[in-house]
Design a protein around this ligand. Structure first.
Ligand SMILES: Cc1cc2nc3c(=O)[nH]c(=O)nc-3n(C[C@H](O)[C@H](O)[C@H](O)COP(=O)(O)OP(=O)(O)OC[C@H]3O[C@@H](n4cnc5c(N)ncnc54)[C@H](O)[C@@H]3O)c2cc1C
Length: 489
């Protein structure tokens, strides 16, 4: 497995195809570094013996310990370890650990390539497994490029006035394909080794050129990354782990890009567009049952701490509001565990979480994210947006003023209170706060996508039958499906 230093040195070997604010930059640009530091945590902890069981797993493919982010889960335990790993890592970096996206793409491809081969007799699965071998051996990271520009939202890919609104195949050659289009909002593309492209939606036969999946190195010829980094306002003196981390999203442009055949995992199999999109999305929603509880943990911790600074921690309305964090975060986490226990072994060997549980777990957190920020704001008061700059806490004569007046709870030092307020400003009133709110709603798909999945998969008929039975309309309460359903241990 790579160390974080090796990961960074490999990034530095990539061609400069990243553009930020009108200039072409190297990957060590200071605006990109906060995201690289997040990724480094996933390498550092994998080297730590105390974290070995959580951060690594033995790959049946290469017979070695590999970073868990490169490993498709094989059983419910693996799914639960992945969820727990994401929660604990997300707590350490202040929110999004980012590397799960590549992992969820690999999960989706491991299952879908096998199913396509079973239906069409193609060789996508062996191509994918060859790619995965290298991915695991070299401990790589990947951005998941699913979301297309999409153009007019009411039109299908082939109906768009601009045919490039969705990434599509423009040429098929004996040695590969040529693609054009752009993916948007792609987290960590600027500091990923690989970019993995998958479809964003269901396709019809007329959309077949848009049914495409592949992986390419992030600096591949014909790929441009137009990157928007986000990070917390730099600290001047008051160092804190939270201020080290950040994120970047990119528009990934494919400019008539050649993709070698061995890296193509779907080429016009339009019937599987929906399947692959959903496999990624549901696996990613399982990841969310780890990271969204972590965001809730961070908001809960900050709220409890600022309540202490305000000396109102024991007041009943504060206790009541704090319990709401436990209600949301732990219910979502429990849904992730249930999804592992009621998951299924697919023909590829990958163990996949139960779709109902991951979708209800993810939807709950999407619905409560703004409410959780509201609790923090309500308990904290307004100082998070009016706090004087850090320099005024260290320069004369304002230092004396602020040291005196920042104190609310006499048991805490002025510096502790300043640190708490700076944290609340960073978490609740910064560019990153908005990033987390909007990621909480749309990351992994808009709320409507969870509703669509639930309505497709949830068994409303069996619920109606309960009502019919209780109403005396039928004498038959058929519960055989539920009697047969067993959790996997
Ligand atoms: C912080 C962040 C990180 C992200 N990271 C990634 C990433 O790493 N990889 C990736 O692939 N994506 C990523 N995304 C993208 C994310 O998956 C999308 O934002 C999400 O799927 C919604 O798509 P959209 O933003 O294009 O919104 P839209 O699709 O434009 O949705 C906006 C609204 O329009 C509605 N709508 C859309 N189509 C229709 C229709 N046909 N009929 C009626 N209503 C419609 C939707 O329901 C929604 O209410 C990220 C997003 C965020 C916010």
């Amino acid at each position: 497995m790579r160390t974080s230093a090796e990961y960074f040195s490999d990034l530095m070997k990539l061609k400069a195809n990243v553009y930020v604010a009108g200039e072409r930059v190297r990957r060590d640009d200071p605006r990109i570094m906060p995201g690289i530091r997040v990724m480094s945590v996933t390498f550092d902890l994998a080297q730590n013996p105390d974290w070995e069981d959580l951060m690594t797993a033995t790959s049946p493919l290469i017979g070695k310990r590999v970073n868990r982010f490169t490993y498709p889960p094989q059983n419910p335990y693996d799914l639960m370890q992945k969820q727990k790993m994401i929660r604990l890592l997300a707590q350490r970096v202040g929110g999004c650990i980012q590397r799960c996206m590549g992992c969820d793409t690999i999960v989706g491809l491991s299952i879908c390539t096998k199913e396509m081969d079973e239906k069409y007799g193609t060789d996508y699965h062996s191509r994918f497994l060859n790619f995965l071998k290298g991915y695991q051996e070299n401990d790589l990271t990947a951005a998941a490029a699913q979301t297309d520009m999409k153009g007019d939202r009411t039109k299908r890919p082939h109906e768009q006035p601009d045919p490039d609104a969705y990434v599509h195949i423009v040429d098929v050659r004996s040695d590969g394909i040529v693609v054009r289009g752009a993916k948007i909002s792609i987290t960590m593309a600027a500091y990923a080794d690989e970019i993995i492209v998958i479809p964003t939606r269901a396709m019809t036969e007329k959309d077949r050129d848009y049914a495409v999946a592949f992986a390419i190195p992030a600096d591949w010829d014909g790929v441009r990354l137009i990157t928007r980094p986000a990070w917390i306002r730099e600290r001047k003196q008051l160092e804190a782990p939270l201020a080290e981390y950040g994120v970047s999203e990119s528009v990934v442009v494919f400019d008539n890009t050649f993709i070698p055949k061995e890296r193509v995992f779907m080429c016009k199999e339009w019937e599987f567009g929906r399947r692959l999109a959903l496999l990624f999305a549901d696996s990613h929603r399982h990841s969310y049952t780890g990271c969204k509880p972590a965001v809730s943990d961070i908001l809960c911790g900050a709220t409890a701490l600022v309540a202490e600074a305000n000396n109102i921690e024991g007041i009943p309305h504060v206790r009541q509001k704090l319990s709401e964090f436990a209600g949301g975060g732990e219910l979502s986490y429990a849904a992730g565990i249930a999804s592992a226990l009621y998951g299924e072994k697919t023909s590829s060997g990958t163990f996949f979480p139960n779709a109902i549980y991951v979708n209800v777990g993810r939807r709950l957190m999407g619905e409560t994210i703004y409410h959780e920020y509201n609790i923090l704001t309500e308990i904290a008061g307004g100082l998070s947006v009016t706090l004087p700059f850090e320099e005024d806490f260290s320069a004369d004569p304002t230092k004396q003023d602020l040291d005196k007046y920042i104190k609310r709870n006499p048991k805490l030092s002025s510096e502790e209170q300043h640190r708490i307020w700076r944290l609340v400003e960073n978490i609740g009133a910064s560019a990153m706060a908005y990033w987390y709110q909007i990621a909480g709603v749309h990351g992994g798909g808009s709320p409507i996508m969870e509703t669509i999945t639930l309505n497709a998969e949830y068994d409303y008929e069996s619920k109606k039958n309960i009502a019919r039975y209780l109403a005396g309309i039928t004498k038959d309460l058929d519960q055989s499906k539920y009697l047969k359903e067993e959790p996997t241990f």
